[in-house]
Design a protein. Structure first.
Length: 307
């Protein structure tokens, strides 16, 4: 069956479930998002773009941004990053402080909040926050081939005003010497990277290099080595959905990274990059309808990495 037909079939079957879950109301700007929104985009390694629903509408990508800041940080300091951030699933909530005490301020992985704050700290080294954010935004625009990608200042202010737990994580890691810059500057970078707004179409295009061995097949440019693309995908599969990463691997079988804005980026290596957006979250902070849609899509295409 042609991919566009599969996508339409998934969209049709999803209708009763659009609006499932609960929007992230602890961030005021996200509490106002219409829970009935649903979009999905698939960009194949041949460069074909397929969409359904609200796939052209920008939304706050939140933690999906962590895939791209990790890519930048690895480009900056390479394997040195792993002395400051682990590579293991956390088994606790994305904003948990519990493990940091046992593990002396070294976060379990780069996709939980503490890990992504360390990654932001790496990117900030030697720069002012404004320069660092300029570099991050430029990277998103370069990968998506779209200069309209922007940082939503309203969401960033919302995060800053309510980010007490992230401030606790940052200060706690600073006490262990794992945050090197002033905590408020590092957090400023972190809040703004999470506030990047993209559509499913832009996001799927940005993730395409991970489906194609590190090279963007549309622009022909190599973003990372094949080995690094494989390793980023491995981390997405094992750690990309917080303490529900095992369940996502079990149900969907694709590397993926979720965000509390309701977005999920999934990678089908060798085939396509897929982005889905539905703002209602399940108990683990992952898009309820988005996860279900990806499960259906993976089943119909047979694209699970487990065969």
């Amino acid at each position: 069956m042609p991919l566009q037909d599969i996508l339409h079939e998934v969209y049709h079957e999803m209708q009763p479930h659009i609006g499932d879950g609960k929007v992230a109301d602890y961030i005021p700007a996200l509490a106002r998002v219409d829970p009935k929104k649903f979009g999905m985009a698939v960009v194949t390694t041949e460069g074909e773009v397929l969409t359904v629903g609200d796939a052209a509408e920008p939304f706050s990508i939140q933690s999906v941004s962590k895939v791209f800041t990790l890519t930048l940080a690895l480009g900056r300091i390479g394997a040195g990053l792993w002395s400051r951030v682990g590579r293991e699933p956390s088994g606790t909530a994305f904003n948990s402080i519990v493990q940091l005490e046992h593990e002396h301020g070294i976060p379990r992985n780069p996709f939980i909040n503490a890990g992504a704050i360390v990654v932001a700290d790496v990117l900030l080294a030697g720069h002012e926050p404004r320069e660092t954010l300029g570099e991050i935004l430029q990277f998103f625009r370069y990968l998506s081939g779209d200069d309209t990608v922007y940082i939503d200042e309203d969401v960033a202010r919302s995060e800053q005003a309510t980010g007490f737990r992230n401030a606790a994580l940052g200060n706690y890691m600073r006490a262990f010497g794992n945050i090197h810059n002033p905590v408020e500057k590092t957090l400023g970078v972190y809040y703004h990277q999470c506030s990047v707004a993209m559509s499913c179409q832009q996001l799927a295009r940005a993730g395409l290099f991970l489906a194609n061995g590190g090279r963007n097949p549309v622009s022909g440019q190599t973003v990372v080595t094949r080995e690094r693309a494989r390793r980023i995908n491995a981390l997405m599969l094992t750690c990309g959905h917080y303490d529900a990463s095992g369940d996502f691997a079990f149900r969907v079988g694709l590397p993926g990274k979720s965000g509390v804005g309701g977005g999920i980026l999934a990678i089908a290596p060798g085939n396509a990059s897929i982005a889905v957006w539905s703002p209602g979250l399940n108990a683990n902070g992952n898009s309820a309808a988005g996860t279900r849609a990806l499960e259906l899509f993976a089943k119909k295409t047979g694209w699970s990495v487990f065969g």
